[in-house]
Design a protein around this ligand. Structure first.
Ligand code: ADP
Ligand code: MG
Length: 709
């Protein structure tokens, strides 16, 4: 049978070792099969040839915003090359003409090779996205092809492939990829071997793989393209679900867990004597769910989602008390020292008088302290330990660790989770808490092996944060309003963006902002924190703000996670257009934690793209974290969602789009579940194809599946 995975792409005519190396490094394509599974990211109509004159006309209407310009084809010739500039500024320009006019082409890299590859006076078909600068149109690194080699003669819709800079430099631009795929399809003497059994094709109304692959690259009609996309999305999501569900089943069988049968004095005394307020219904429900899990005989693996301020800490404490009541210890792990300290203080205060010994273990715990803390953990004298990464060091041993709570999960990798498990022969129950709301489709895909609990209700009396959008130029009146809040004794955050690409400028803006703030509010004290500071210095500044010693905190997003200063009631976000939705929401969660009315002010410049306007509008209209997460997923795509990239799970869906393909995902999941119900090991002959395919995909470790288990 045809084995496309066994055919090395290097041996395809015209590829060779150098291009093969680039394909492998840049897009992980090694075999014919890999190449066929490299799908276009969009489709364009290449039946139309523009003239330079027409292009100028379109450009004139683009209002100097080049994102308004479409991808375009021109036919013409290069009449001149010029190499200009020196060193890093060196570039190659060319004049391209088609008799209706001239435009400029420019290359910044690979200058010699480009000059050798393209000849003056030869007619080329040019394809690219025009740049627009001061009303002048040009193309940077366009694709140029001699017309008789121009693929496909047939006009109409054609795939466009993502290619990196390194690929373009190796002449592997989109059109070249298209040609490679054509050669592979021509080389194939048989249809692509099917990966899904006939009954599933029927049940889900799917076209055969062979038709899907051919049409995804070279659609014979719009309907054929849709069918191809549907089939390939289904296939991708189906095997992902099959894998996750199977792993879950294995674990359920394999991993026994501690059985917490008791609810005893620790829990009951806390509940009766110390609980400062009534639990919300959502908190009650979640604690019931956790309790049921920890009393099921299996290891709990639960994700607790709750918007910022929803009271996850209390739910965690109650769960830990249940562990204590059953003679076990509990650990609470936070991503930063500040958070660990805060949890330590809160929990110590809340459990006063109940005879519970809590200790704190972080990177800055002194050696002498350590020497007391560690033996007390090992002997079981300490009930609860709160800390940072320091908790997973090898020197930390427990007498009977029964429950591990991980706060703000997205800062911890999966590997670290696993390391805590290693501390017992029977793994402790695990509760992972996150304030990053993960949309349902994502949760199903990534945490298919985790049960999910949601606190979807804020404690009573909270006033929703009022969010306003103000243009930077109109900030004058704003400072008076801020001063009024400061006079009432409240505290204020001022947040600046900081990203790696523009780190220098961003840090400059931040410290300028710090100076300006001190000038505007001379009667108040101002703190500053950013990620480039030493941890100790940062913590000290943060602590000043927490204790109220300073009233204004100028900071980058380092304050995003979990810090609780209920007295802070105002947050100004500078250059709010530069933040993503989820990030804005996380930041906003730092205010509105007390009883006072809080405000979040989004400052932006006047000129905003549509997408940014939409983000800002969503922020001013809703406080609902889940809605915001869904919108974020739609606007940015799942690869960018906070929490997925950092979760340690590689994100690598080729065609399915979790924001849009929720329905296909559900169907795929149902069908996968049915199959496993009947044949969990996929041992039956009619499931052998699935078994084989799943093993193959797992070998390739696609989408990082292996890490989920
Ligand atoms: P998060 O879910 O963001 O971690 P916290 O656990 O820090 O939220 O809780 C935020 C604030 O709400 C804390 O000051 C906490 O004491 C308070 N809180 C928690 N539960 C309740 C409740 N049921 N009623 C009133 N206040 C509560
Ligand atoms: Mg918290």
């Amino acid at each position: 049978m045809l084995d496309l995975a066994a055919q090395n792409i290097m041996y395809l005519p015209g590829i060779g070792p150098r291009k093969a190396e680039v394909l492998k490094r840049e897009i992980e394509v090694e075999s014919f099969e890999d190449m066929l599974y490299y799908f276009p990211f969009k489709y364009i109509d290449r039946s139309k040839l523009f003239t330079v004159k027409e292009l100028r006309e379109i450009a004139a209407q683009a209002r100097n915003d080049e994102s308004n310009l479409p991808w375009i084809q021109l036919k013409g010739a290069i009449i001149r090359f010029d190499a200009i500039g020196e060193g890093r500024k060196r570039r190659l320009t060319a004049v391209f003409t088609d008799k209706t006019g001239n435009i400029e082409l420019v290359w910044f890299q690979n200058i010699r090779a480009i000059q050798n590859a393209y000849k003056i006076g030869v007619e080329y078909v040019l394809f690219g996205k025009p740049n627009l600068f001061n009303g002048k149109v040009s193309f940077a690194h366009p694709e140029l092809d001699v017309e008789d080699r121009f693929y496909g003669g047939e006009p109409g819709v054609q795939g466009q492939y993502n290619t990196s800079e390194a690929m373009k430099n190796a002449f592997l631009h989109s059109r070249a990829i298209q040609k490679i795929i054509t050669s592979i399809l021509e080389w194939m003497k048989e249809p692509m071997p099917e990966t899904l059994p006939e009954p599933i094709l029927k049940q889900a109304h799917l076209v055969p793989l062979d038709a899907a692959i051919r049409n995804i690259h070279f659609p014979s009609s719009p309907v054929a393209l849709q069918n191809a996309q549907y089939r390939l999305k289904f296939e991708e999501l189906f095997f992902l679900q099959l894998n996750i569900l199977q792993v879950t089943k294995f674990r359920e069988k394999r991993l026994g867990g501690f059985n917490f049968t008791q609810v005893g004095d620790f829990f009951n005394n806390f509940y009766r004597r110390n609980l400062p307020f009534e639990l919300t219904n959502a908190q009650k429900r979640v604690v019931r769910e956790i309790r049921r899990d920890m009393n099921s005989g299996r290891q709990m693996n639960r994700l607790l989602q709750g918007d910022v301020g929803s009271g996850k800490t209390l739910a965690a404490l109650l769960s830990m008390l249940i562990a204590l009541d059953n003679g076990f210890q509990a650990a609470l792990m936070a991503p930063t020292e500040i958070l660990a300290n805060q949890h330590f203080e809160t929990l110590t205060r809340m459990t006063e008088g109940l005879g519970i010994k809590i200790s704190l273990l972080t990177g800055s715990t002194k050696k002498k302290e350590r020497e007391k803390i560690l033996p007390a953990l090992e002997s079981g004298e300490t009930h609860i330990v709160i800390g940072t990464h320091a908790l997973i060091e090898d020197t930390v041993n427990f007498a009977r660790l029964g429950l591990v709570v991980i706060d703000e999960q997205h800062r911890f990798g999966v590997a670290q989770r696993a390391k805590l498990w290693d501390k017992n022969s029977i793994p402790p129950h695990v509760l992972v808490m996150t304030a990053t709301p993960i949309p349902r489709t994502l949760a199903m895909t990534f945490y298919g092996d985790l049960e999910v609990s949601v606190i979807d209700e804020l404690p009573p009396g909270r006033k929703p944060v009022k969010t306003l959008h103000i243009y930077s130029e109109k900030r004058k009146n704003l400072y008076e309003s801020v001063r009024r809040q400061l006079r009432l004794g409240r505290q204020v955050y001022i947040v600046y963006p900081l990203i790696e690409e523009s780190e220098k400028i961003d840090l400059q803006n931040l410290s300028d902002g710090f100076e300006t703030t001190k000038k505007i509010f001379p009667e108040y004290r101002v703190s500053m924190v950013h990620g480039k500071m030493k941890a100790a210095e940062k913590d000290a500044e943060m602590q000043k703000f927490v204790s109220g010693e300073t009233q204004i905190m100028v900071a980058t997003t380092v304050i995003e996670v979990g810090v609780n200063v209920p007295n802070a009631s105002v947050m100004l976000i500078e250059n709010a257009e530069r933040f993503g939705l989820s990030q804005l929401h996380q930041l906003r969660g730092r205010v509105g934690r007390g009883a006072d009315q809080s405000f979040c002010i989004l400052l932006t410049k006047y000129q905003l793209t549509d997408a940014t306007r939409r983000r800002i509008r969503i922020m001013t209209e809703t406080n609902d974290g889940f809605l915001i997460a869904e919108e974020d997923l739609k606007l940015r795509g799942p690869g960018d969602i906070d929490g997925t990239q950092q979760s340690g799970i590689a994100f690598n869906l080729k065609i399915a789009d979790l924001a849009r393909d929720g329905q296909i995902l559900s169907l795929a999941r149902d069908i996968a579940a049915d199959i496993l119900k009947d044949d969990p090991m996929l041992e039956k002959p009619n499931n052998s194809l699935l078994n084989k395919q799943l093993k193959k995909l797992n070998r390739k470790k696609q989408a990082g599946w292996f890490m989920i288990s």
